[in-house]
Design a protein around this ligand. Structure first.
Ligand code: KG4
Ligand code: ZN
Length: 334
């Protein structure tokens, strides 16, 4: 079974090839064009996807040593994401499936982030058994997902406002760091003291979360530091990064612990772009050791947006016979 996966939901054009469940190639073209604007500009993203998609797919097939005619199915991200960006991948995948007369497989991007745990690439690592809890943390989503099987997932908690990645990115912007700020906050936080300042822990009922209060409190904190002296912000930046990161991690892990207990689970995973955060990875492992959980953290390459997870999602759909009609449309808020 040979599945091509295509991802185009935001600002990465990506393609991957899976041969009998094993990843043979995983190609990503990023989009530098957004950097000057301090965030992703949807129309520029769509145009860059149009330029990138043919060479990226060609390169993924070439690296995998696979000819188009050998494909068993074409998987693509149906949503959620930027509609113009999604359209490029969806139209390309539909055309390819039609021309090759192979099944089309419509993959949910957020579900695919969870399936990053199941990317097999020849490097042996443990795969979660079912059921397990997944903390999905990306630029657009923050969810606690009860995963019963690869195609049976239930969201049992989510953010009521900003996503965790947004909190990182907006906090970074306040500190004058480039977009996307998450990885820079991560890097600077390693030199800072997370206990130097205190940010409030929001009180949201149940298993839900909230990050907009953290963002506002952080903005006020930075303003106060700036008001102290002109050079204060420069000096305090690593500490401020550490404080912001800790506040986000504390909330995520408090809810994770609560969800694990409420559902009597012993296996936990993280996925999505924010799961690349070194502080979160370490804190989850430590919490898991204390609580006696088995912890699953995908390699960095499968945490941020990639097409390997889309190909894996496609393979599960193909196995289950859940193919998509050729007139399927992408959905911004799937
Ligand atoms: O999953 P992803 O690549 O795209 C979406 O589906 O949103 O997630 C992107 C998010 C951005 O907010 C980015 O700042 C954040 O993941 N991110 C990080 C790190 N690497 C990426 N946040 C904190 N620490 C990191 N190391
Ligand atoms: Zn994503």
């Amino acid at each position: 079974m040979i599945v091509l996966g295509i991802e185009s939901s935001c600002d990465e054009t990506a393609a991957a090839v899976l041969v009998d469940g094993v990843l043979r190639s995983n190609v990503i073209a990023g989009q530098e064009v957004h950097r000057t604007w301090g965030g992703v500009v949807p129309e520029l993203a769509s145009r860059a996807h149009q330029e990138n998609i043919v060479p990226v797919v060609d390169e993924a097939l070439r690296q995998a040593g696979v000819a188009r005619q050998q494909l068993s199915g074409v998987a693509f991200t149906q949503g959620p994401g930027l509609i113009g960006a999604l359209l490029v991948g969806a139209c390309f995948a539909r055309s390819m499936a039609q021309a090759l007369k192979v099944p089309l497989l419509a993959v949910d991007h957020v579900q695919a982030h969870v399936l990053a745990h199941f990317v097999r690439d020849g490097d042996p690592r443990p795969v979660p058994g079912f059921p397990f809890l997944n903390l999905t943390v990306s630029g657009g989503h923050t969810q606690l997902v009860l995963v019963r099987s690869p195609l049976d997932m239930e969201v049992i908690g989510s953010t009521t406002d900003d996503a965790a990645g947004e909190a990182f990115d907006k906090g970074a912007k306040v500190l004058g760091l480039a977009y996307p700020g998450g990885p820079l906050v991560d890097k600077l936080a390693r030199e800072g003291d997370p206990r130097r300042y205190k940010l409030p822990m929001p009180s949201v009922p149940g298993l839900d979360m909230s990050f907009s209060g953290v963002k506002t409190a952080f903005l006020n904190l930075v303003r106060n530091v700036e008001a102290e002296a002109p050079e204060a912000l420069e000096r305090e930046r690593p500490h401020l990064c550490a404080v912001l990161q800790q506040a986000i991690i504390d909330q995520l892990l408090a809810r994770t612990r609560q969800a694990m207990k409420a559902h009597g689970l012993a296996r936990v995973g993280i996925a999505g772009g924010v799961s690349a955060n070194s502080g979160l990875r370490q804190a989850l492992v430590e919490l898991g050791e204390r609580e006696g959980w088995r912890t699953f953290i995908p390699p960095l390459a499968y945490c941020t947006d990639n097409a390997a997870m889309i190909a894996v999602g496609g393979a599960f759909l193909l196995e289950a016979g859940r193919t998509a009609p050729l007139d399927i449309v992408p959905k911004a808020s799937l």
